[in-house]
Ligand binder design. Structure first.
Ligand SMILES: NC(=O)c1ccc[n+]([C@@H]2O[C@H](COP(=O)([O-])OP(=O)(O)OC[C@H]3O[C@@H](n4cnc5c(N)ncnc54)[C@H](OP(=O)(O)O)[C@@H]3O)[C@@H](O)[C@H]2O)c1
Length: 266
């Protein structure tokens, strides 16, 4: 029986979001977070999480190891942990963008069960979309890792070849949708709402639109048809957005993001 359920190695933006999400199901004292600048996560220790700058000790005392460092830091961290990861009792989960199962395996001297998980920062409020894949040795662990991430949102098991696309759609996607909400807010302010009111209208309307799809069997275009009265204001606005390239800009942005990820990772 391990002292910690989860060790989050690299408590930055994503690591902290994951810890907050997991803590809704796992006691905070069973979640250990590490980073080198320990003072920056002092507030988490005050909240009841365990924090340390000692990766080795965190890993040795934990069941799941969740790697949340930047891609360039992977080799150094895995080399430091090489003798602490026990292939019988540990599951290594990497959230690191663009670092393949193969590259993760090469960074260790042992043959490890390795799982890649691509969550997003909405993990903090249990609304992540997490894509998951693993190497052959991880087959036996895939279900329990999926269960772990299902506790903080939706999950999808995918082939590793789709992991970069998943990163763009679901991890970077948080920024894309937030920018839409910000733009809608700015439009609302121009029409007379206070910023806070306009943001509330934009946020709840975005949530409503997504929920129509999430909770029903609706198709986006069918739902759009229900809102667009012939010769009405909605179709006038929507068509103008399309003339200005809304769908095209979104698709091009997603593809540009994907092209970029292909240049910065392997
Ligand atoms: N942010 C997202 O929305 C998101 C979504 C999906 C995937 N990801 C991926 O998740 C990873 C982390 O992203 P992030 O946005 O959270 O980055 P971040 O904020 O830069 O966090 C990385 C953390 O790793 C820590 N770190 C670096 N070296 C370390 C070491 N040797 N031991 C322990 N901790 C160490 C850093 O803190 P110190 O410098 O204090 O050590 C930092 O807090 C990246 O690979 C990213 O691509 C991010």
């Amino acid at each position: 029986m391990k002292e910690f359920e989860i060790a989050i190695i690299g408590a930055g933006n994503l690591g902290v979001a994951l810890a907050r999400g997991f803590s809704k199901h796992i006691p905070k004292e069973k979640i250990v977070l590490t980073r080198r600048h320990l003072s920056r996560i002092e507030h988490l220790a005050n909240e009841g999480f365990v924090t340390t700058d000692d990766n080795v000790s965190a890993v040795e005392r934990a069941k799941f190891i969740v790697l949340c460092v930047q891609p360039k830091q992977v080799e150094a961290v895995l080399s430091e942990l090489d003798h602490s990861i026990d292939i019988m009792s540990h599951v290594l989960i990497s959230t690191v963008t663009g670092v393949s199962l193969d590259r993760l395996q090469k960074a260790s001297s042992q043959s490890l069960p390795i799982i890649r998980a691509m969550p997003n920062t909405a993990a903090a409020i249990s609304e992540s979309m997490t894509c998951i894949c693993g190497n052959e040795l991880a087959d036996a662990h895939l279900k329990k890792v999926e269960t772990l991430f299902t506790s903080i949102g939706e999950t999808m098991i995918i082939e590793e070849r789709l992991m970069k696309a998943a990163t763009v759609l679901a991890a970077s996607g948080i920024a894309f949708f937030l920018r839409y909400i910000r733009a809608a807010t700015q439009g609302g302010i121009e029409l007379g709402f206070e910023a806070e009111e306009a943001q509330k209208l934009a946020m709840q309307t975005a949530r409503g639109a997504a929920s129509l799809l999430v909770e029903g069997t609706a198709h986006p275009e069918r739902e759009i048809d229900k809102v667009t009265t012939p010769m009405g204001c909605t179709i006038a606005g929507l068509n103008e957005m399309e003339h200005q390239g809304l769908s095209s800009a979104l698709i091009k942005g997603i593809v540009a993001s994907y092209n970029k990820i292909n240049t910065i990772s392997e």
